[in-house]
Design a protein around this ligand. Structure first.
Ligand code: ADP
Ligand code: MG
Length: 712
């Protein structure tokens, strides 16, 4: 679509600059401008008589200047007296230009707009807007748009008006579709607003008698129409991408699929691993394993989300899936959000798989950001040649230079920590034309229903709803930080009994430096308080070799206490650790606490989690903070905890930083617009089948370049 050429403002300060700002706000196409909706409105449709103006009213008057002077005391200001025949008012300006003084000269008749202060005896307006009186009054409310420095309201208003006028707003909804937003308004109620143009024109310039409340809470049919259309675009895009994916081919992985890939006379890798494992799978693990295996026998790419509470044993399920692919001669990738977690996975995969793979002449490769050049080059060569059957690593796995020979299965651990672009990049790693790898995404953070219906509509979901047997439940205690000494004594007993302890320091968002000094100080304190115990320190700023060394000491049981920032939050697995202390627990989200707590209780020993909370001077923690933390004592169910978190913090948390930062829904609100979401979900497949061109235009209009983004 052509760029909007803006009308020349009367006094062009720097039109190029304003245009740049428009682009920065994402206002590029005519339709973008048409969809840039007002924040609020001003009523310039009537003139108020001064006699009727009350203290605090925002009014527009027409009056004649009777006096105008600049005074210097108490500070330099321009004072102007006006009279409209029913009363007088004083206008005050602390900043003004000679041109203002000229317009405000005695005898001038002006249209003035501002907030009236004071009563009958001395009305005043501070910095009102004004212009020469006369001219027609507008018939609609005046829109006030969200803007930013360098873009004035009048300029933006003209640009939006032009965009609205020129945008192609032809109908994209199929004929005869039922419009949910008209239900509440009856046949003869407020306008049906049966076209998008009508709805937008209305929202940009509503009639003055419209109840402002319906505009503010977005319940007005015009708003409903917009939100429904937006949700429909999102559903169309998701369902379309699902259809496209169904057309794509993916490697078909079933036993014997690639003749010669398997070593004759040797049991399948998958079976060998099951035998080698020191435990039997739970029923839930077996069930989801079957679901995944079935997907892998299909020729269309799997997009499956594997959900399971912290500690439910997702890793082994993914390893077994990888075995199926590797045994058929394909490659797999396992990507984790942090180096520590990737490291753990790597160690685990080596332990489980390396002996089995070695017999087949294949290996496990390792890719992270801070790797030594030589090691990295060797790994890249292994990946390219196909010698590496499995590649474990961080974001490094998806970089340009990483060329797979034949990637068939991409596993993403803690998928909510990754952005859409990263998932897209992984999908492009299967070089063979027209093919995509199967994707297995894992997460312990349950996705609420409305999100599953919208952003994740494209995913199949498997749930591990059972923990491995023999776990002793974690006892959670809330303790005021004034009793820290008792907690330290308890640590000493635990360490003497051969157990290990995590001590987690909170992330202080405003200052990473403060964060580190905090952890460092705690580390020093604990080292002093626990003579003879090895106390380690782990935080995100450590060089990766050092992180690795610290983690290795702790995993091997040579370190009694590990002081850490939240770098250990996800996935870390040291079964001998049986006590976790979380300092300033009130600063964490519930789901985050749940993840952290999941680091203990992984072995047979009775485990505990101590939530230390800071108290104020009167010895009390804030009521809401306490209420929240109590939930941690009451339940160990990750789904329940996520539900409570959602109530407190809203859906942004679940979408991951990248997605929520660039909110994909501008108008609709998943919490309140469920009925519109359901409408859109039902309509989308029908539209794709019967009105594909309508659907295509609708998505282009609403999503433009973002459509791709939604597909990951
Ligand atoms: P998560 O689902 O949180 O990623 P992990 O995969 O890290 O959990 O598994 C947690 C721990 O439980 C690991 O030590 C793992 O080896 C162990 N585990 C997994 N499945 C079983 C099982 N069926 N029986 C006993 N232990 C298991
Ligand atoms: Mg895990």
């Amino acid at each position: 679509m052509a760029d909007t050429k803006l009308p020349n403002p009367k006094k062009p300060r720097a039109p190029g600059a304003a245009q740049k700002v428009l682009h920065k706000l994402g206002l590029v196409r005519d339709i973008d401008l048409a969809l840039h909706l007002p924040l609020r409105y001003e009523d310039e449709t009537r003139i108020t008589l001064l006699r009727n103006a009350r203290d605090g009213d925002l009014v527009q008057i027409e009056a004649t200047v009777t006096a105008s002077e600049v005074t210097l005391r108490p500070r330099r200001q321009l004072l102007v007296q006006v009279d409209d025949g029913t009363g007088t008012c004083e206008l005050r300006f602390f900043s003004f230009y000679p041109s203002h003084q000229k317009t405000l000269a005695v005898g001038a008749r002006l249209r003035i707009r501002g907030e009236v202060k004071g009563g009958f005896w001395g009305r005043q307006m501070l910095h009102p807007t004004f212009r020469v009186a006369g001219g027609e009054l507008p018939t609609a409310l005046t829109p006030v748009y969200p803007t930013t420095a360098g873009l004035s309201q009048p300029y933006l208003r003209r640009a939006v008006a032009m965009g609205l006028q020129r945008a192609d707003l032809s109908e994209t909804l199929p004929p005869d579709v039922e419009l949910p937003w008209t239900r509440n308004y009856g046949k003869n109620g407020i306008q049906r607003l049966s076209s998008l143009r009508e709805a937008l024109t209305f929202l940009h310039h509503p009639a003055p008698e419209v109840p402002l409340a319906a505009l503010e809470d977005r319940s007005h049919p015009a708003w409903q129409r917009l939100k429904a259309e937006e949700l429909l675009a999102q559903q169309l895009s998701q369902q379309q991408s699902r259809r496209v994916r169904d057309q794509l081919s993916a490697p078909m992985i079933c036993p014997g699929a690639r003749a010669g890939a398997r070593v004759p006379g040797v049991a399948p890798l998958h079976e060998q691993l099951l035998i080698a494992l020191p435990f039997a799978l739970t029923a839930a693990q077996r069930r989801v394993g079957d679901e995944i295996a079935l997907d892998l026998t299909r020729t269309r790419p799997m997009h499956r989300l594997l959900q399971g509470d912290v500690g439910s044993g997702k890793t082994v399920v993914s390893a077994l899936a990888a075995c199926l692919a590797m045994d058929a001669g394909w490659q797999c990738a396992l990507m984790a959000p942090t180096e520590i977690l990737a490291e753990q996975h790597f160690a685990k995969m080596i332990g489980w798989l390396e002996p089995l793979l070695a017999a087949r002449g294949r290996r496990v490769a390792w890719l992270v950001g801070g790797q030594k050049k030589k090691e990295r080059a060797a790994m890249l060569a292994m990946v390219q040649s196909g010698e590496a059957a499995l590649v474990v690593g961080t974001h490094a796995v998806i970089q340009e230079q990483v060329q797979f020979k034949n990637l068939a299965l991409a596993i993403i651990d803690e998928q909510h920590r990754f952005g859409v672009t990263q998932r897209l990049a992984l999908r492009k790693k299967l070089a063979v034309q027209g093919m995509e790898p199967h994707m297995l995404m894992m997460s312990a953070t349950p996705i609420p229903r409305t999100l599953a219906m919208s952003y994740y509509a494209d995913l199949d979901v498997s749930v591990i709803d059972e923990l491995p047997p023999g776990r002793t439940p974690i006892v959670t205690r809330l303790i005021a930080d004034s009793r820290k000494d008792e907690v330290i004594e308890r640590i000493a007993t635990q360490v003497q009994a051969g157990r290990q302890v995590y001590w987690v320091c909170p992330l202080i968002e405003e200052s990473e430096a403060l964060d580190l000094s905090n952890a460092t100080a705690t580390h020093a304190d604990l080292s002093d308080a626990l003579p003879g115990t090895v106390v380690g320190l782990l935080h995100s700023r450590l060089p990766s070799a050092e992180k690795k060394a610290v983690m290795a000491e702790f995993s091997a049981g040579r370190m009694g206490v590990l002081v850490s920032t939240t770098v250990i939050e996800v996935g870390v697995d040291v079964p001998n650790a049986s006590l976790m202390v979380i300092e300033h627990a009130e600063r964490f989200g519930l789901s985050q606490l749940h993840q952290l707590r999941g680091r203990v209780g992984r072995g047979a020993a009775a485990s505990a989690c101590v939530l230390l909370y800071a108290t104020n001077d009167s010895g009390r923690v804030g009521e809401t903070a306490k209420e929240r933390l109590r939930a941690m004592q009451e339940t160990h169910d990750g789904f329940e905890i996520a539900r409570r978190d959602l109530e407190i913090r809203g859906p942004g948390e679940f979408l991951g930083a990248r997605q929520s930062g660039d909110a994909l829904l501008r108008f609709a609100d998943l919490a309140t617009d469920t009925h519109l979401l359901e409408w859109a979900r039902e309509l989308a497949p029908m539209m794709l089948d019967r009105y594909p061109q309508h659907a295509e235009r609708h998505v282009a209009r609403w999503l433009g370049g973002k459509a791709d983004y939604l597909k990951a």
